[in-house]
Every structure is written in structure tokens, then in C-alpha cells.
Design a protein around this ligand. Structure first.
Ligand SMILES: C[S@@+](CC[C@H](N)C(=O)[O-])C[C@H]1O[C@@H](n2cnc3c(N)ncnc32)[C@H](O)[C@@H]1O
Length: 283
């Protein structure tokens, strides 16, 4: 039987529903586009277009991987974040919609008309640093990560987005020192309590890098290490913004306040969860 764009899409959607995948309609379309090598517009304008046996088999193979709960971002190698289309792989956390609140807070701290230096701690795919640089032509910065493989992905994204001339990437951990201090330090560090990781959706617990998730016994190890170093990284009167997990904002605010910083805001995400702690170094 010949298969068309719409019949393959429907079959994929039904298999994803049966497998308990969260967004079967969208994922089926993304897998159809990637497997058959077609664009969204082709599916909308020419749904009864016939697929070759090879195209149909390629889509079915991608759907098999999604049924096994591999994230769609890993299967297609891409994820939309902010205004950017980022390449992603198993080496990096797939950028999350809630992290766009961190980008928003970072942009509030950076005047469009002034040059600024930014440090992104735990840069991963480059999502936060590159989204900020894309919005602020006069800004430049450094992305730090403990994973060399993640840094390769971030560097590739910076080049693809023509931001490589304003973004540098360094291998290091939360004790890394730089020859300068920064106007803005941003971080979305690992913040899941270790014991909670195996209870997350299989897309996350089995496929995302553990080093990107594991925040230690209470999820707060990275914040404690980062706050301890903040004076070395943030300029006097410079700012910082940290993404936090559900229920962590008040504790992270207390950590930064106890270390002598002013907390400016804790912005709330779509679900009403305080998601970003923003603060400033006074002197
Ligand atoms: C939650 S992911 C965030 C990735 C990216 N910034 C984003 O928002 O999508 C945390 C990142 O921190 C990195 N990381 C974990 N422990 C680290 C450490 N001790 N020093 C530096 N980076 C670390 C991980 O490799 C990972 O890329």
C-alpha cells in the first residue's frame, strides 16, 4: 500500500499516543519532516503526496526511537530556543522553555546601547549565552562548562549563528577563575536532587546527561559553589541571574543574601513557579 505524508503522520501520531509520549501531534510532524526530508509547508499544502518506500521506512525508524522515549530533540538533532534554532546532542541538556525566563532577566540587566561582558556558567548547548548575544549587539562573553563535548556543541552553535566572534568557550568547573570580572553572570546549573533523577520522565532520566541534572543530595550543590565564587566573577555593581528549580527560589535567595548580595527579583514562570533569582553586587 502506498503511503502519503498524511497517512505516515497519522500512523506516527497514533503510535506515539499509545506509547504515552507527551506531545504526539507535534513530535509526529517533526519526525515526518526529518525522516522524509520534507518541510512543514509540504505537509500542510500537499498532504496526499506519496512517499517512497525509503522515506516511509526512515520515518518509521525515527518513530521507533521516539516510542523508546528518546527525546525528539536528540532524534532530529535540533531544538528551537528563544529566537534560535540550536543543534543539540546527547552531550547537552535540551534547552527548556522555562530557561527563556532566564534570558528575559539577563536582557533586563543589559542596556542595548552599552558594551557588556557576560559569563554563562554551565553553558551546555550555548542556549542562554547565544540568545542574549543575539539580542545585544554590543555584548560578548564566555561560556564555561565541565563537559568538553557540550562545549563542542556550543561552539558549533555559535559559529552557525554567526556569533562566534563574540562568544568564547572554556573548559572548567565552578572554581574556574578568569582574568576579568563580568557585568553579568548567568547560570542554569544542575539542580535536580540526586535521588529524584530516576523518577523523571525517561526522556530526561535515561537520555539527558546526568552531569547537567544532578544538583547533589538537596539539588543545591551548584548554587552553594557558585555563590562562594561570585565575588571573583561579578564586577562591583554587576548583576547575576540564576535559574532555579521548583521550591528552590527562597533558599537560593537566602544563600545570595547571606553572602552579601542584593536580591532584585525572583521572576515567575508560566506555571507560577519562581524560576529566576536576580541579584546585584553592591561594591
Ligand atoms: C542544566 S544544564 C544547562 C545548560 C544550558 N545552560 C541551558 O540552560 O540549556 C547545566 C550545565 O552545567 C554543566 N556543569 C555541571 N557541573 C558543572 C561544574 N561543576 N562546572 C561547570 N559546569 C558544570 C553541565 O555540563 C551542563 O552543561
Amino acid at each position: 500500500m502506498s503511503e502519503t505524508l498524511v497517512s505516515v503522520w497519522q500512523a506516527a501520531r497514533d503510535r506515539l499516543i499509545a506509547a504515552g509520549v507527551d506531545s504526539p501531534v507535534l513530535d509526529a510532524r517533526l519526525l515526518l519532516e526529518a525522516g522524509a526530508g520534507v518541510a512543514r509547508l509540504d505537509i500542510v499544502t500537499d498532504p496526499r503526496r506519496l512517499l517512497s518506500a525509503e522515506q516511509a521506512a526512515a520515518v518509521h525508524a525515527l518513530v521507533d526511537r521516539r516510542v523508546a522515549r528518546e527525546p525528539v530533540s536528540h532524534i532530529v538533532g535540533k531544538k528551537a530556543f528563544w529566537t534560535l534554532d540550536l543543534n543539540v546532542s546527547r552531550a547537552v541538556l535540551t534547552p527548556r522553555p522555562e530557561t527563556e525566563f532566564l534570558v528575559e532577566e539577563a536582557l533586563k540587566a543589559l542596556a542595548p546601547t552599552s558594551p557588556a561582558r557576560i559569563l554563562d556558567l554551565g553553558v551546555g548547548s550555548g542556549a542562554v549565552l547565544l540568545a542574549v548575544l543575539a539580542e545585544r549587539d554590543l555584548a560578548s562573553g564566555i561560556g564555561l562548562d565541565i563537559s568538553a563535548d557540550a562545549l563542542d556543541v556550543a561552539r558549533g552553535n555559535a559559529e552557525t549563528l554567526n556569533l562566534g566572534n563574540r562568544a568564547e568557550f572554556r573548559l572548567g568547573d565552578w572554581s574556574t577563575l578568569f582574568a576579568e570580572q563580568f557585568d553579568l553572570v548567568v547560570s542554569n546549573p544542575p539542580y535536580v536532587p540526586s535521588a529524584d533523577i530516576d523518577n523523571l520522565a525517561p526522556e530526561v532520566s535515561k537520555h539527558e546527561p546526568r552531569i547537567a541534572l544532578d544538583g547533589g543530595p538537596d539539588g543545591l550543590d551548584a548554587y552553594r559553589a557558585i555563590v562562594a565564587r561570585l565575588h571573583d566573577w561579578v564586577k562591583p555593581r554587576g548583576s547575576f541571574a540564576f535559574e532555579v528549580g521548583k521550591g528552590q527560589a527562597a533558599i537560593v535567595e537566602a544563600l545570595v543574601t547571606a553572602a552579601g548580595y542584593e536580591v532584585l527579583a525572583a521572576s515567575v514562570d508560566f506555571a507560577g513557579v519562581p524560576r529566576v533569582v536576580v541579584g546585584r553586587r553592591a561594591d
